[in-house]
Design a protein around this ligand. Structure first.
Ligand code: MSP
Length: 650
């Protein structure tokens, strides 16, 4: 066996999984959240040269599927086949680079699940007994008598009555392994993440684990127990096994040993118990090592509540991709919410991210750089000349940012990785403003420096092209194309991003369309035309309730940069930091403040104001200022003593 094939994890392999998706309905944007995140991590590991295996698939058995199939007059297999095709088509559109797509109806999977069941039974950890309890078909799970009473007999997730089921069943001795599992969790702090989920699991196990019913006789759409085919195997037992059946457990031992244990099972938080209790105990019963890490991410919700078909509030990812492009949707999903936390989906936020981060920051950096190279250097990447102190900042920052990206991905902080890359983008845009390369190029004496500056910018964009490949699909290719690079950026290695100076001078830049066209919104157009003006305060404002006040999200923000808006004598463009987030705000205070005076100041902003476009600039929030009626005196509101940016004002 080759050295490479020996081990996993530290020895160079990387095995990452998503949950396998139910096939009783089409997927919504919440589902794509898990897959896109896993895809970004898998792509990053491949970029680093790791032998990566990325698994996703479909969870196709169970009573719910059987009932849906019956209702639509189809055979269950034909019913799921059609849904699986749609899921695969969605993943193709989202650019999900899975190495294998497992279906729980794959005959190979079914056979191995039967063997797993028998092995555990032979060991005495699965036994037959009689069971009676309250069952929810939606959850495919039993509820205890106490839960039944507390919930008034209905499943809160599916808003459906719990059914009384009595059956002869097979049981899995979970309780036997409780102490061993607790010990494992204790000695492997990275096993369950984030910490909040670990704590929840630990306290759940400590309450005591009841044996689990792992067979059903009330329906037939499942994997039969080989020795007692009247019973089908519990869907979660079947589904969880996919993580090992897919890589050859009991069929291709070499491949199995190569990839197992998995490096990351990425899952949504609601299925943590299945993955952190039942699954590790199945593995323990099989004498197999446990996965290195199970990460339960948060939920993407709508302001109107949880996304669900029955509520009719699902967001279709295909519609979003058609409207905004795959990169905008991926970027939004990966950047908007710190991975692990819950967050709200809004189309406004997606548009804002696209316009500000992608069109403005990244897109403009590319178009300004290539335009200046075109104008000043006949469209050829200039030769860098001697560097001044400021010119050394970009290579240094690029190096440290790439280090931050590595650490962030190691910690599954995908949004943090993007924030780090945007630091480099922001710094590059500022570098243009600080060095004015177009002016340097006009004078023969400083033309050499213009070459250095523009080379540095183009080189930073080359690096960004590589570093963005895990996250975006189209933009990295376009960046390289416009820089005159013919090689396939997706084939580039991470080390090429880390090596400064690889861009060959003399290559012809190819100006192209804007990387990300700005998305025009109704709000923005109305504002631009001056139709929507700030309402004047009524002389006697109506009384409001504390709930009205709470609707305002007032936050402390730190001013990072400030400048006058060309052609608008009242306006300042501010870049502010609110918590970990950076925003642009346009404020009508230029008559009262020099921009420099505001830099570094802490101010108060309305953080949940709908974004508006003022003089063509996106304003994402409003600063608070006190002023006299006639506007002759004005003072910006600041906290009386230091509090961190992002603190709530209430
Ligand atoms: N079939 C099970 C998993 C079995 S794994 C052995 C399942 N399927 S699912 O289709 O309901 O969910 C798949 C993934 O999508 C889960 O990680 C789930 O958390 C995620 N999401 C579904 N809706 C979501 C949001 N609204 N937000 C974020 N992720 C959520 O569970």
């Amino acid at each position: 066996m080759k050295e490479k094939l020996k081990g996993n994890g530290k020895k160079g392999t990387f095995y990452i999984t998503t949950p396998i998706y139910y096939t009783n309905d089409n997927l919504h944007i919440g589902h794509t959240y898990t897959t896109v995140a896993a895809d970004a991590i898998a792509r990053f590991r491949r970029l680093q040269g790791r032998d990566t295996f990325f698994l996703t698939g479909t969870d196709e058995h169970g009573q719910k599927v059987q009932r849906r199939a019956e209702a639509s007059g189809k055979d269950p297999k034909a019913y799921v086949d059609a849904i699986v095709e749609r899921i695969k088509a969605l993943w193709a559109k989202m650019g999900i680079s899975y190495d294998h797509f497992i279906r729980t109806t794959d005959p190979g999977h079914e056979w191995v699940v039967q063997q797993i069941f028998e092995k555990i039974q032979a060991k005495g950890d699965i036994y037959k007994a009689e069971y009676e309890g309250w069952y929810c078909t939606g959850c495919e799970a039993f509820f205890t008598e106490t839960q039944y009473k507390d919930l008034g007999g209905r499943c809160p997730d599916h808003d459906a009555p719990l059914e009384r089921l009595r059956e002869e069943s097979y049981f899995f001795r979970l309780g036997k392994y409780a102490d061993r599992l607790l010990k494992h969790i204790e000695t492997h702090p990275e096993f369950i993440q984030p910490v909040s989920r670990r704590n929840e699991i630990v306290s759940f196990i400590k309450q005591g684990l009841e044996d689990l019913c792992v067979s059903r006789t009330t329906f037939s759409w499942g994997i039969p127990i080989a020795s007692d085919p009247r019973h089908v195997i519990y869907v979660w037992f079947d589904a969880l096994s996919n993580y090992i059946t897919a890589i050859g457990y009991l069929t291709d031992e070499e491949k199995f040993r190569h990839y197992w244990p998995a490096d990351v099972h990425l899952i949504g938080k609601e299925i943590t118990r299945f993955h952190c209790i039942i699954w590790p105990i199945i593995l323990m019963a099989l004498d197999l090592p446990l996965p290195r890490r199970v990460f339960g991410h948060g939920w993407l919700q709508l302001e109107s509540g949880k996304m669900s078909k029955s509520r009719g509030n699902v967001i279709d990812p295909l519609v979003l991709i058609d409207k905004y492009g795959v990169d905008a949707v991926r970027y939004y999903l990966l950047r908007e919410i710190p991975f692990g936390a819950d967050g709200f989906y809004t189309e406004d936020a997606l548009i804002l991210r696209t316009n500000v981060d992608l069109a403005n920051d990244l897109g403009n950096l590319l178009s300004r750089t290539t335009a200046m190279i075109n104008q000043a250097f006949g469209g050829r990447i200039p030769e860098p000349g001697p560097a001044e102190a400021i010119d050394r900042e970009l290579p240094e920052l690029a190096k440290s940012v790439l280090g931050e990206v590595e650490t962030a991905i190691d910690n599954l902080e995908i949004s943090g990785a993007l924030t780090a890359l945007w630091k480099l983008i922001d710094r590059s845009n500022k570098y243009i403003d600080e060095t004015s390369p177009w002016a340097l190029a006009r004078d023969e004496k400083t033309r050499g420096r213009a070459g250095t500056v523009l080379y540095n910018l183009a080189e930073t964009l080359r690096i960004l092209g590589v570093a963005l490949t895990p996250f975006l699909l189209e933009a990295p290719r376009e960046i390289w194309k416009q820089l005159g690079l013919d090689a396939d950026v997706t084939k580039a290695a991470w080390d090429e991003a880390k090596a400064w100076g690889k861009l060959p001078p003399g290559a012809p830049v190819r100006r192209g369309l804007p990387l990300f066209p700005r998305i025009e919104t109704k709000d923005a157009t109305a504002n631009e035309a001056g139709k929507e003006t700030a309402p004047t305060a009524p002389t006697a404002p109506p009384l409001i309730s504390i709930d009205d006040f709470r609707k305002l999200d007032l936050r402390v923000a730190r001013v990072l940069a400030a400048e006058r808006v060309a052609g608008a004598d009242k306006l300042l463009r501010l870049e502010v930091q609110v918590g970990r987030e950076k925003r642009q705000i346009v404020a009508g205070i230029a008559k009262h403040y020099e921009p420099e005076a505001l830099i570094g100041q802490d101010i108060v902003v309305v953080a949940n104001l709908r974004p508006a476009k003022i003089r063509g600039l996106e304003s994402n929030g409003m600063l608070l200022a006190a002023s006299t009626e006639d506007g002759s005196q004005l003072g910006v509101v600041t906290p009386e003593r230091p509090v961190p940016p992002g603190s709530r004002v209430k």
